[in-house]
Design a protein around this ligand. Structure first.
Ligand code: NAD
Ligand code: LMR
Length: 326
């Protein structure tokens, strides 16, 4: 019933306006790629987040269905759907946080870099929209290869003139942290009680785990491939990724609200190494990644892992930068 839907939309709008006027926390969040394998559960979980007052769901296909579905959940956030490039600007205008899981996923036998040719262009278009419509938004970039798409986004924002704030662009590496916490079961640890920082880049990491170091490092580095192979052609991690993305987005919203001591790992502009981007612990505040923490002292195993990770990262970063500068 279109008329009922319209009424529901209007009353929802009034709810959002009242909340904003009342001063209660409530942020406007857009998900780009909302109808995808990650996008759908991510949309559902963000609709459940009490810090979200407005949720914009954008995709090039199927966003009306996902929007209608999610909008029936009896939580506070007002949900609006946007379909296709002509609606991108409306989807983005006024947003505080933009989460990007748009793009193709891996199939067995593929590397993340094999996704570059398609996903680089998608990320460029979406970031051009962000620089035009919500240049102050915090951006959570999920689309792979993250080690290249984050530099692409940075270059797009620089090119747009004055819209690049390195603190506001965060590559989401949270799934690596979530996996590391989970796989620590082999050490007899409860995943709910550990918080393993994963540093380097997306899936090129080094960690100190005492005796199980080798097993855990390999398992975490290959966690994505483990899922890709188990899904046998049907895509890559979606549910655990949506969980991780919401955990990370929630940290960003708490930071935006002004909470103290919000610290998570992310792939950000960095001076931790000589590379322009690196994943490490960051403190998230009202302006995004306000502080990027140095690594602690490294043992020999970690130093070797670091050198290997840096070579791989340097190439991925350069590839992203060249894609825009060429
Ligand atoms: P999917 O194919 O299920 O969904 C992708 C969605 O993006 C689709 O709905 C598609 O229509 C949409 N899309 C395509 N082009 C678009 C455009 N120009 N604008 C807006 N939306 C567009 O894929 P998925 O499984 O959800 O994975 C999405 C991306 O996330 C992949 O690149 C994947 O590799 C990546 N990923 C990253 C991590 C991470 O840790 N950072 C983890 C898992 C997956
Ligand atoms: C993951 O780590 O699950 C993602 O990066 C998706 C992939 O292709 O592995």
């Amino acid at each position: 019933q279109p008329s009922n839907l319209q009424m529901e939309g209007n009353s929802s709008l009034r709810r959002a306006d009242c909340r904003a006027k009342g001063g209660a926390p409530g942020f406007k969040v857009a998900i780009l790629g909302a109808a995808g394998g990650i996008g759908q559960p991510l949309s559902m979980l963000m609709k459940m987040n009490p810090l979200v007052s407005v949720l914009h769901l954008y995709d090039v296909v199927n966003s009306p269905g996902v929007t209608a579905d999610v909008s029936h959940m009896d939580t506070g956030a007002v949900v609006r759907g946007f379909l296709g490039q002509p609606q991108l600007e409306n989807a983005l205008t006024g947003m505080d946080l933009v989460i990007i899981p748009a793009g193709v996923p891996r199939k067995p036998g593929m590397t993340r870099d094999d996704l570059f040719n398609i996903n680089a262009g998608i990320v460029r278009t979406l970031c051009e929209g962000i620089s035009k419509c919500c240049p102050n938004a915090i951006v959570n970039l999920i689309s792979n290869p993250v080690n290249s798409t984050v530099p692409i986004a940075a270059e797009v924002f620089k090119k747009a003139g004055g819209t690049y704030d390195p603190k506001r662009l965060l590559g989401v590496t949270m799934l690596d942290v979530v996996r590391a916490n989970t796989f620590c079961e082999v050490l007899g640890l409860d995943p709910r009680e550990v918080d393993v920082p994963v540093v380097g880049g997306k899936a090129s990491l080094l960690i100190d785990f005492a005796e199980e170091t080798e097993y855990l490092t390999n398992r975490i580095q290959n966690g994505g491939t483990e899922v890709v192979e188990a899904k046998a052609g049907a895509g890559s991690a979606t549910l655990s990724m949506a969980y991780a993305a919401v955990k990370f987005a929630d940290a960003c919203l708490r930071g935006l609200r002004g909470d103290a001591g919000v610290v998570e790992c992310a792939f950000v502009a960095s001076q931790v190494t000589e590379l322009p981007f690196f994943a490490s612990k960051v403190r998230i505040g009202r302006n995004g990644a306000e502080e990027v923490y140095q690594l602690g002292p490294l043992n020999e195993y970690e130093r070797a892992g670091m050198e290997k990770a840096k070579k791989e990262l340097a190439a991925s970063i350069q590839k992203g930068v060249s894609f825009i500068r060429k």
